[in-house]
Design a protein around this ligand. Structure first.
Ligand code: GDP
Ligand code: MG
Length: 602
């Protein structure tokens, strides 16, 4: 295939606007996959993915064109991956649901594509729905993206209307990739996965030169050398080919043993023929951290093994060992966002086949210490390591700052008041809004923007947003750096002894509310002891909230009279079993399950 018949493109959209359905349709129409049986929803692209959507390259062949559909993930946590998949494309289909209109992620994916200089083909999907309002949504797209309504395609991916026009537009409007067969080999590595038998499989986009099996290549980033053992295209499964040519995207295997050797954003060249590397990416940054512990502390090694296995297929998870007096040995994991964390937890529980205790999620805080030698900046991602910021004069802490984000919410105007209230109660600043529809439109859509601390959205913000807008609000956010903040460490004491696994970092203004809520929850969950146990929330030396757990009456077997010796024995055995899982905090015995209760309930 010469370059001029190749088109590399992505489909970008807000979640549920029909990306997978359209991808299936395009593959079907180009004969890449069998037409699906009626009623059956195969969604080939999705099937190929592990739980999380990864960038997968799919070749779709028409009469004389080679169309490479490069898949992008659909969720806000994976914005970074969207941008790396787009790096291998020259164009993107911007898909918008004609009944829902422009949503928060429509904006972020549009901007990602625009930044990369891609040709954007606007497509309205789901025009078969009675609630579809194509003219209105086309006008929204004009107002928001500056797109001429005449350029907007109208389709139904589900019923197959207009799919042909999408293929035509891809061929006519998206420019072919440029690249020269005779120039030195230059391959852009934009994704990688791990195969237990073959090692690392990388997805590459050839910028120049020709890549063949047996070629000796080197990485611009690590300077390591490899030999290409396999290469080919995704059709949509791997199909070996003799070579990869300029403009093509495909997979390669080249005896990379560790997934850490494949740097997304790296440039590969022929050994002895170095090239100027492509502009790479900033590496993915973990934004949410949590400790993960086995419910039965004897299971730590098994848990760690499962975590290791999972991170082979998801390298964006950061892993470090940590230990806690309350929970024993565990791991501290860093995630791109809370959805990423939930997906990983789900996979972990399936894989490891047991419940895990996950501590409250924490964002990475920046602490500036000062002493006579100057200043020192430390990133704190575990509340236990957070300094006491309440002792004013004597403090060695100069400043504490927290990550903030630029948030975008799109919502029908009748919910504007509720949304503003919700944002303000989560410490929003610089709140602004504007109308997406022309004035006078019924139930006009509003775009609300503000800055917010990341910590405010890692807990239950998204759930609240959905419930207070009857499900209508869509939400997206992007990193907006760090901001100094009045934060304190909250510690919980049982009978005067701190429980490290429960420590939290909270904003000064919320300490009362948070302290009371947690103390109440602890009071409900912690089993009574033989003596009275005070439960306290403290900040610095001050007690913020307190409840008292009253004493239990002695001898648990007292009620089991009547000579049922066996039953009594059984009960004692159960108790012994229970003992094994007990954690002693000072003089208080806590079953590990209590932590599970405390930390997994909202
Ligand atoms: P994705 O999240 O963007 O990949 O969206 P999907 O392709 O999974 O589609 C989300 C939902 O919308 C599914 O239930 C699809 O069946 C449905 N859907 C997709 N395209 C259309 C369409 O053109 N018309 C209608 N009525 N439903 C559609
Ligand atoms: Mg999908």
């Amino acid at each position: 295939y010469p370059c001029d018949v190749i088109r590399n493109f992505s489909i970008i959209a807000h979640i549920d606007h029909g990306k997978s359905t359209l991808a299936d349709r395009l593959l079907e129409l180009t004969g890449t996959i069998e037409k699906k049986e009626k009623g059956m929803n195969k969604q080939v692209l999705d099937k190929l993915k592990v739980e999380r959507e990864r960038g997968i390259t799919v070749k779709a062949q028409t009469a004389r064109y080679l169309l490479n559909l490069i898949d992008t993930p659909g969720h806000v946590d994976f914005a970074w991956e969207v941008s790396r998949s787009l790096a291998a494309c020259q164009g993107a289909l911007l898909l918008v649901d004609a009944s829902q209109g422009v949503q928060a992620q429509s904006l972020s994916v549009f901007h990602a594509a625009k930044e990369r200089g891609l040709t954007i083909i606007p497509v309205l999907n789901k025009i078969d729905l009675p609630a579809a309002q194509p003219e209105r949504v086309a006008a929204q797209m004009q107002g928001t993206f500056g797109i001429d309504p005449k350029d907007v395609l109208q389709i139904s991916a589900k019923s197959g209307i207009g799919i042909e026009s999408v293929l035509q537009a891809i061929i006519k409007r998206i420019p072919p990739p440029s690249g020269d067969i005779s120039s030195p080999l230059k391959a852009f590595l934009f994704d990688s996965s791990y195969d237990r038998y073959r090692g690392v499989i990388s997805l590459v986009s050839i910028q120049g030169g020709v890549l063949k099996k047996g070629d000796r290549i080197a990485s611009c980033y690590t300077r390591k050398k490899y030999e290409v053992t396999e290469l080919g295209i995704m059709y949509p499964e791997e199909v070996p080919t003799a070579e990869l040519r300029p403009g093509q995207v495909g997979f390669i295997a080249c005896n990379m043993k560790e997934s850490s050797e494949a740097h997304v954003g790296d440039t590969l060249h022929r050994v002895g023929a170095p090239v100027e590397p492509m502009p790479g990416f900033k590496p993915a940054k973990a934004m949410v951290y949590a400790g993960v512990y086995p419910v039965d502390s004897n299971d730590f090694l098994k848990l760690e093994e499962s975590i290791k296995r999972l991170t082979l297929t998801d390298r964006s998870v950061e892993v470090a060992r940590e230990s806690s007096t309350a929970l024993g040995q565990g791991c501290r994991l860093g995630f791109l966002g809370t959805l990423h964390m939930d997906v990983f937890r789900q996979r972990l529980e399936d894989e490891y086949d047991a419940s895990v205790i996950i501590t409250a999620p924490t964002v990475p805080y920046k602490v500036v210490y000062k002493d006579k030698n100057g200043e020192r900046v430390v990133i704190v991602s575990n509340p236990t390591d957070f300094p006491d910021t309440t002792d004013g004069m004597t403090s060695k802490v100069k400043e504490v700052s927290e990550p903030v984000v630029r948030a975008t919410i799109i919502v029908p105007e009748e919910y504007l008041g509720d949304m503003m209230e919700l944002c303000f109660s989560h410490r929003a600043e610089e709140l602004d809004h504007r109308y997406l529809d022309a004035s006078g439109a019924l139930s006009s859509r509003i775009m609300l923007t503000c800055t917010m601390p990341l910590s405010e959205i890692v807990t239950d913000f998204f759930d609240r947003l959905k419930s207070r807008s009857s499900g209508f609000a869509s939400f997206d956010y992007e990193d907006a750096g760090y901001k100094p903040s009045n934060l304190v460490k909250m510690t919980f004491l049982l009978n005067g002894k701190p429980v490290d696994a429960l420590a939290l970092i909270v904003h000064r203004s919320a300490e009362q509310e948070v302290g009371r809520a947690w103390v109440k929850k602890l009071h409900k969950v912690i089993p009574r002891q033989l003596f009275e146990v005070p439960i306290q929330a403290t900040v610095g030396k001050k007690v913020i909230a307190r409840e008292t757990l009253s004493a239990m009456r002695a001898d648990v077997t007292a009620g089991l009279y009547g000579g049922h010796y066996e039953r009594k024995l059984k009960h004692l055995e159960n108790q012994k079993e229970g003992k094994r899982r007990m954690k002693r905090i000072g003089t208080v015995d806590l079953p590990q399950e209590a932590f599970f209760e405390i930390l997994s309930s909202k």
